[in-house]
Design a protein around this ligand. Structure first.
Ligand code: NDP
Length: 447
């Protein structure tokens, strides 16, 4: 490891040893940068790594709200404004009981590099709360969202910080948050993305992360002279990213055989066809039900309580689309055993460092989330552009732009990996390309 990187990492670990996910994300990125730091001393001279690993600003606040029994509940709210070198802070809000500052710092840090890869002018940020929308009524979710925005509104704005959705924050939550923002500031600002079509949303935004990940996998396969048609995939999750991953796989003639949630995994060797997927969408998005119900409807499928998809069947590729660290060492070994040749990450940091080592050791083509799942934030960027112009592009126009952006991210990661001596290593390529764009902009802008 480059001495400068080792020093910064050591310092970071000493200061925040408890922020495990953030340290994991920082170490993955910084260890990829040796070649670029060895070539040019300007980054060390300008203390770029030291500045990049500390958010420009962290906002933490209380969120008191009233539940359906009339009781006051209190949650913790956060916004981590990580880096604004190339544009306003941009990144999602996560509502999940596991949310803490370390997790949001990891997500915000990843977002900085991801956004730099999209070709659009967006800095990186992330926010959220330890609030759990699961099992809450619409009334309770609205009460929470109103209280959350009552504080957040003063820290965001169309040229300052533009949040979006993430785990636990879908169309319903974005609606409540936007409504409350508008009531408070009395201005119809493009201050959130992932809005509904009637009030400023973009076509293809809900689909974008999943579609984009499949486009990225398609590009990686094309480099190897292969087509996605006829391939079988293990997909995890059953939320936004997973649903549209399965949809695009179906459209391109591939087959998803698993979907999951935090309780367990469904294995359907006949494939989760478009008809079955519509049923899943209704189950998850409207009824807010559990994947266990799938096997009651589709009797040939099997449900594995408490299991992840990775060891359940042989397949050609894995598209993890649920959460961080969902592929650990044993899971990666199971993927190798099951004949997986490609892993393209829809979720953020779903593979542990040990799992990634297994991919490289076994010649699995591997795309890190910051490259392969960047389609979501890229399309959020397109939503901001449409809002600024006060017009809407058609589905075809947005999808074409999304597809073009994913091809461009693939090309950049692929070519940068080769330029810095690690051909085929998309992780190094994505980290180096994202880093250079942000770091050079920071140097240009002084401090
Ligand atoms: P959703 O809330 O729509 O869906 C999340 C899915 O993952 C659900 O099926 C959920 O199951 C499952 N899940 C969540 N936590 C766990 C866990 N600890 N163990 C097992 N399963 C879990 O979120 P998204 O689909 O939006 O996000 C999924 C991933 O993609 C996240 O890593 C997110 O950061 C990333 N991402 C999302 C983008 C977007 O545009 N939405 C953009 C880029 C990345 P359950 O229903 O049981 O909670």
């Amino acid at each position: 490891m480059n001495k400068y990187v080792a020093r910064v990492m050591e310092d970071l670990k000493a200061k925040q040893p408890w922020e495990k996910e953030f340290l994991q994300a920082a170490e993955e990125v910084l260890s990829s940068l040796s070649a670029v730091l060895d070539r040019d001393s300007k980054y060390e001279k300008n203390k770029i790594l030291e500045r990049m690993v500390v958010p420009e600003r962290i906002i933490m606040f209380q969120v008191p709200w009233v539940d359906d029994k009339g009781q006051i509940q209190v949650n913790q709210g956060y916004r981590v404004q990580f880096n604004s070198a190339i544009g306003p802070y941009k990144g999602g809000l996560r509502f999940h009981p596991s949310v803490n500052l370390g997790i949001l710092k990891f997500l915000g840090f990843e977002q900085v590099f991801k956004n730099a890869l999209t070709t659009l002018p967006m800095g990186g940020g992330k926010g959220g709360s330890n609030f759990d929308p699961k099992g809450k009524s619409d009334n309770e979710v609205r009460s929470f969202c109103n209280a959350f925005m009552r504080e957040l509104y003063r820290h965001i704005g169309p040229s300052t910080d533009v949040p979006a959705g993430d785990i636990g924050v879908g169309g319903r939550e974005i609606g409540y948050l936007f409504g409350q923002y508008k009531r408070i500031v009395n201005s119809y600002d493009s201050v959130l993305t992932g809005k509904a079509l009637n009030w400023g949303g973009s076509l293809i935004r809900p689909e974008a992360t999943g579609y984009g990940n499949v486009y990225f996998a398609q590009e990686m396969l094309a480099v190897k002279g292969e087509s996605i048609e006829g391939k079988t995939a293990l997909v995890s999750g059953s939320g936004n990213v997973a649903q549209y991953t399965v949809e695009k796989l179906n459209q391109l003639g591939a087959k998803a055989i698993t979907m999951s949630d935090s309780n367990g995994t469904v294995l359907d060797m006949d494939g989760i066809t478009p008809e079955k997927l519509e049923w899943v969408k209704n189950l998850k998005n409207v009824k807010r039900g559990r994947m266990a119900e799938y096997v009651k409807k589709f009797k040939k499928a099997k449900y594995f309580e408490g299991a992840r998809p990775w060891a359940l069947a042989k397949a050609d590729m894995a598209l993890p689309s649920a959460t961080q660290n969902e592929i650990e060492l044993k899971d990666a070994k199971a993927l190798v055993k099951g004949g997986i040749k490609l892993v393209s990450e829809g979720a953020n940091m779903p593979s542990t460092p040990e799992a990634i080592e297994v991919y490289f050791a076994n010649n699995i083509t591997y795309a890190p989330g910051k490259a392969s799942n960047a389609g979501g934030v890229a399309t959020s960027g397109l939503e901001m552009s449409q809002n600024a112009m006060r017009l809407s592009w058609t589905s075809e126009e947005v999808d074409e732009k999304l597809h073009g952006i994913m091809k461009s991210i693939h090309k950049t990661a692929y070519e940068t990996a080769a330029e810095y001596g690690t051909p085929g290593n998309y992780m190094n390529g994505a980290n180096i390309a994202g880093f250079k764009k942000v770091a050079d902009s920071m140097i240009d802008q002084g401090f």
